[in-house]
Design a protein around this ligand. Structure first.
Ligand code: ADP
Length: 252
């Protein structure tokens, strides 16, 4: 006898079918107004395998009626959007709600720059011009992060990658593909204003905007820093690069 588990899908001790290859899963593109980001209770997690097809076999064979909970299948999401489109905010909400590991290509690159590594030195030259860092650096960096145990176990939210068709295919070649691709769309005139006024509190990591989300105290205001590429000149270059690449990525 099979028993329903929390996802209402019976699970038995018969050999479990593997999850279908990632490439076979359905993918959807959503708008930025995602209803699932509201503070409603988390929906039931998907299950690694759907043993419904096997359950009648278990009953017919008169086999043991031992029932096990199926392991949740970690969710893999990619999120894309122009600079200051709100990826940071959405990523915080999504990772909190689904317990995913947030992997941001830009953060990985900035960590390399800060560490003064050879990759970081090369990457900085491109980042300063608002251009894409070469794939030789970015692809391996992202791949290694996604293959770390926390990402494998909990699932991931990949932010700012892929930004070109070649980056998408490169990751796919390693068997890393998302279940869902989210694209945030924001009018361009709003983006420039948001970027130019954006500031970071290096102590708390909190992002402020001088006009729309000003710091609470003089003390915080005095220590705010600005990203070196958050200038009007550089954001325009970054926006151009973004638009050039997003269509190619969406075609996949
Ligand atoms: P933004 O979304 O505002 O561009 P990010 O922090 O995501 O900010 O990226 C900062 C910079 O890092 C980009 O302008 C680009 O130079 C580089 N970068 C980030 N992600 C990638 C990527 N997937 N491929 C190549 N370069 C990247």
């Amino acid at each position: 006898m099979a028993m329903a588990c929390s996802g209402h899908i019976p699970a038995v001790t018969q050999p479990q079918p593997r999850t279908p290859p990632l490439a076979c899963r359905s993918r959807k593109t959503l708008s930025s107004r995602l209803r699932f980001l509201r503070e409603d209770p988390a929906p039931p997690r998907r299950l690694r395998a759907s043993p419904i097809k096997n359950a009648p076999f278990a009953r017919r064979s008169g086999g043991p009626a031992v029932v096990a909970m199926a392991k949740p299948d970690p969710l893999r999401i990619m999120i894309s959007g122009a600079p200051a489109s709100g990826k940071g905010t959405q990523c915080e909400l999504i990772t909190k709600k689904y317990g995913l590991v947030h992997v941001a290509a830009g953060d990985l690159l900035r960590a390399e720059v800060a560490a003064g590594s050879e990759n970081g030195k090369q990457a900085k030259e491109y980042m300063e011009k608002g251009q894409l860092v070469p794939n030789e650096i970015v692809v391996m960096m992202v791949k290694e992060r996604l293959l770390q145990s926390d990402s494998l176990e909990n699932g991931w939210l990949l932010d700012g990658y892929p930004r070109s068709l070649s980056q998408a295919t490169a990751l796919q070649a390693f068997g890393l593909q998302a279940d869902l691709f989210i694209l945030l769309e924001v009018p361009e005139e709003i983006l420039v204003e948001r970027v130019v006024g954006r500031r970071l509190d290096p102590v708390t990591g909190r992002i402020y905007h001088l006009k729309y989300s000003p710091p609470e105290t003089e003390e915080i205001a005095a220590r705010l820093t600005q990203r070196f590429d958050d200038t009007e000149e550089k954001v325009k270059l970054r926006l151009r690069t973004h638009h050039q690449n997003v269509e190619a990525v969406l075609s996949m």
